[in-house]
Design a protein around this ligand. Structure first.
Ligand SMILES: O=C[C@H](O)[C@H](O)[C@H](O)COP(=O)(O)O
Length: 227
């Protein structure tokens, strides 16, 4: 089965966790395309949801599939559930995210949600995080110094670029992709990184997922975090 089909199967299963009349955090990335398409179908069939988009791309898909949107405000700071993809997921429900650069908004939305559902294809399931370089969002000001500080934690930091220029996140920040090889303690590494001046957020989502749904050749498999 193709990776795209696995993503689609995982997405179809993930939307089953969205209750009617709920506020849904909407992550970013190619798996979210299938989530948005499926959610659009449910809305057409009469389901009532309001989605909080984590990126302009997801916002655009919501418009395309007629999924109503809502935005954070003083009166709206919680979501019932959030659905998202991931770049790597380990058996302890730790994840690396931010391959598309949307990690900060995704993490804010995940934190606002009562439940975080992650839909991935099988290639994202790993024994230990680290093969996928860890994205770290940093301020443009002094990025070279921040990159040097990150390097001292034991990685080879690379400034993400987009056609030669530094890649800018939706928040106007830069991303450093950090090759740490294998990440032994994701929570510890996150705390070391986030303490560095200039680091805005890391793509380590340590023990944040409640449900992982992995598309496999024999259908979607669900893993529940029993913490
Ligand atoms: O910044 C991007 C997000 O964290 C995505 O959720 C992640 O990169 C997975 O994306 P995809 O579903 O395209 O593999």
């Amino acid at each position: 089965m193709s990776r795209e089909q696995q993503k689609q199967d995982a997405a179809a299963k993930a939307v089953e966790y969205i209750p009617d009349n709920s506020i849904v955090g909407l992550g970013s990335g190619s798996t979210m395309y299938w989530v948005m398409q499926k959610l659009g179908e449910l809305v057409r069939q009469g389901m009532h949801v309001q989605g909080i988009p984590s990126s302009p791309a997801t916002e655009q898909w919501a418009k395309e599939f007629h999924v109503p949107l809502v935005y954070f405000s003083s009166d709206m700071t919680k979501a019932d559930v959030a659905i998202d993809g991931a770049d790597e997921v380990d058996p302890d429900f730790h994840m690396t995210k931010g391959g598309g650069g949307s990690l900060l908004r995704e993490k804010i939305i995940a934190d606002a949600a009562d439940k975080l559902i992650i839909a991935v294809d099988q290639s994202k399931i790993v024994q230990q995080l680290g093969s996928f370089p860890l994205p770290v969002e940093i301020t443009p000001f002094g990025w070279q110094k921040t990159a040097r500080d990150i390097q001292s934690l034991g990685c080879d930091p690379v400034l993400r670029r987009d056609r030669g220029d530094p890649f800018e996140t939706d928040n106007g920040n830069y991303v450093i992709d950090c090759d740490f090889q294998l990440i032994e303690r994701p929570d510890e590494l996150h705390h070391q990184l986030i303490q560095l001046i200039g680091v805005v957020e890391t793509g380590l989502f340590a023990d944040m997922a409640d449900i992982i749904i992995a598309g496999t050749d024999s259908g979607a498999e669900t893993f529940e975090n029993k913490r």
